[in-house]
Ligand binder design. Structure first.
Ligand SMILES: [Zn+2]
Ligand SMILES: [Zn+2]
Length: 342
């Protein structure tokens, strides 16, 4: 089968073609695994982090790709959950131990044995891949192969961040940062918490106007004081200033959920502005979001179909994966990038 493989880590600025085409044998599914014929695979910023060594693969060469939509074409003898011909999605979580406290309570993303798709096991930049059956999710018919792929990463993580915010219907929600994943969270929040009011903090006037168009009741700059105290705030920025500024707007007992893989060091000094009585007193909490558990992916796919959430996509051929990654790195052209394998 055709695949694009990463043989060694490198800096993309020095090597703009880090992946090379290869002809690999079609993998054999183990007893509990599915063999999936890949239809589409989303291209994610995390692939750049893998190639450049910020989250290095545990095997090399490796096939990257963790937003995979495909068809089940064969399965191991113990498989019960999916039939041949089913269309399934595969996300960043590839497998977990299944026996630890985290796995048993549905937070298998925190399992110490966590393996990531396209990092610790071959992923979807290929014609076929195998996956444990419990880590593949049915794709609702309403979503196309290309639309479903990007929802498996940013969309599902946005869903988890809203879940971890533990909002009750009628309580105020804040969003600081208003990029692609925050748009999705706003749409989800309006649907799941119809009596709640959403307040958005964003640097640009255009983002603030967009937030109001999408149903936020108020929008202000990052350091603004919201007109009402907020029971939960979700931060989707890569920096520290919004964290400190958000804490002052939390209601007593409120929760700040940080949905960011990492925070930059550039404005770390801003943390020195933390004032205990203003920002933390009265039982305020801070929590981060670490990718997704299985229920986040499957529940979010169903909701996305129901709410008509359709990401804008731009398609590339498998052999053009390097071009897609380069455009992602340089921020060229909007819309989620998706490899079209078939
Ligand atoms: Zn991703
Ligand atoms: Zn476990």
């Amino acid at each position: 089968m055709q695949a694009m493989i990463l043989r060694q880590l490198c800096d993309i600025a020095e090597n703009p073609r880090p992946l090379e085409p290869a002809d690999l044998p079609v993998p054999e599914p183990a007893a509990n695994e599915l063999l999936v014929k890949v239809l589409t695979c989303g291209v994610c910023h995390t692939e750049l982090d893998e190639i450049e060594g910020r989250t290095p693969p545990s095997l090399l060469p490796v096939v990257l790709g963790h937003q995979v939509v495909g068809t089940v074409v064969a399965s191991g003898r113990d498989v019960a959950a999916h039939a041949i011909g089913d269309r399934v999605g595969i996300a960043w979580i590839y497998s977990a131990c299944g026996a630890c406290d985290f796995c048993l309570t549905g937070d298998e993303n925190l399992c110490k044995e966590f393996k990531a798709t396209g990092r610790d096991a071959n992923g979807g930049y290929a014609e076929y891949m195998t996956v444990p059956e419990g880590f593949a999710y049915g794709i609702p018919d309403a979503l196309t192969d290309a639309e479903a792929a990007p929802l498996l990463c940013a969309g599902a993580i946005g869903y988890r961040s809203l879940r971890l915010a533990k909002l009750e219907d009628g309580q105020n929600l804040g969003l600081t940062g208003f990029g692609a994943s925050a748009h999705l969270v706003l749409k989800l929040a309006i649907h799941q918490y119809p009596k709640s009011r959403c307040f958005v903090f964003a640097r640009s006037e255009r983002e603030r106007e967009f937030a109001l168009d999408l149903g936020a009741v108020w929008a202000g700059d990052t350091e603004a004081e919201s007109p009402e105290r907020l029971h939960a705030i979700i931060d989707t920025t890569p920096v520290w200033k919004p964290v400190v500024e958000a804490l002052k707007n939390l209601e007593s007992g409120g929760r700040l959920v940080i949905n960011a893989i990492r925070k930059e060091d550039s404005d770390k000094d801003y943390l020195l502005k933390l004032d205990y009585p203003t920002h933390l007193w009265d039982e305020k909490e801070i929590k981060s979001v670490a990718n997704v558990a299985r229920r986040d992916a499957s529940e979010f796919l169903a909701l996305a179909a129901e709410l008509g959430i359709r990401p804008e996509t731009q398609e590339f051929a498998l052999l053009d994966a390097n071009q897609a990654l380069l455009e992602l790195k340089t921020g060229k052209i909007r819309g989620a990038k998706v490899l079209r394998i078939r």
